[in-house]
Design a protein around this ligand. Sequence first.
Ligand SMILES: [Fe+2]
Length: 429
Amino acid sequence: MKKSVKWHIWIASEVPRVFVLLFVFIIPFLLYAGISNPELLSVTENSFALYWDTDKAELCAINYGATRSNMDKSWAESGKPKKFHFLEVKGLKPGKEYYYQIKCGQEKSRQTRMSPGRFTTLTLPAGKQLFSFAVLTDMHIKEDVAGLILLPGAKKASLIPGFKWKDPDDPYWNFTNRNAIERINQLKPDFTIVNGDLTSWFTEDEFLIAKQMLDKLQMPYYVLRGNHDRVEDQPEDLFKKVFGLKQSYYSFEQGGFLFICLDSVRLKDGWEDISQEQWQWLESTLRGNALEPTFIFTHYQIGIGAPGINKDDQKRFLSILEQNPQTIACFYGHQHGARVEMLKFGERTVPQIIVPTAKEYPSGFALVRVFETGFVYNFQSTDCENCLEWRSITRGEYFGLAPEINGGSLSERNFVYPFPLEIQALVKK
Ligand SMILES: [Fe+2]
């Protein structure tokens, strides 16, 4: 009895203290828009772009400047408050170091691996810009679950769970790819290359939807086959039929440069494969255009190798790159993430670039600007409201490891590649 009275007294005496705690610490904390998942997505010669989430809908700002102690400039968000944020700051100077901090209400972002709070803007290659192109990859029309790992040929039985979008009437492959295409139109490159996996299950309907979406591009575009665009037991090759292609591998020219688009897919099951006929065509095309700087595109990352890539094909491809010093770089899809590896052939380095997909994290495409003495590669994020929310959701793919697996580093998403002197000598000025 005595004991319970003591407890009542103790509780009564603690009530004011509890209220003080609530007002001083907990309620203001709940009113804060907690900043999470900040990512420095892109850095160009005159801009940078950031993504972040807030616990509550909020309008935030980015403070930035030349030193950490003097972030005297600011870009603020406008419109209605939001939880998923993307802001691109423009008007920067090339080759200069900048510091930045996101500010939402009273809270300021902290430095993380993906948002280090500082960067140096790119320095453009010397000479004039000759042309530019966008690379969009892995559209996966009609896919309904993102982030699965399926072995080539498998239709179900993913090795891990995936993610679904809340509105079946506006699927994620639709709004992300549509937004990417709108953004490409704003950027106005000379052409776009779509690096495979246009469809999910190689049906005519999916190919037609992909074509309908891509036809919105206001510049020429070129499509490559991915493992999802295979034939299997269909009576005809719908990839070739819908896009009116006589041959699924081909080359074209732009501004004195050669672009080679390969078909790296075995039609019957989607595994990596290049036919003898295609190898011979590739070798003779390179031999016949030895004085033209050349970019090569394939869906599978043959030059780097990965599970599922035929070791003999990789060896043959590497020896072709080695024997053809006019090859500048290779662009791949398939992995859905950002990755760059530099292959070395003596003094020469040949970048092997895996371009991320728009249809899930990190959600974007690549813009490549070709100059007389090098090229500039930049990741361009999707930015529609649904795109940003979907980006946040699919950040959780691969048990939350998507930033590590698919995000890539800042320099794998944004870099300048100066042409070696042999290539510079081939560029027509
Ligand atoms: Fe894919």
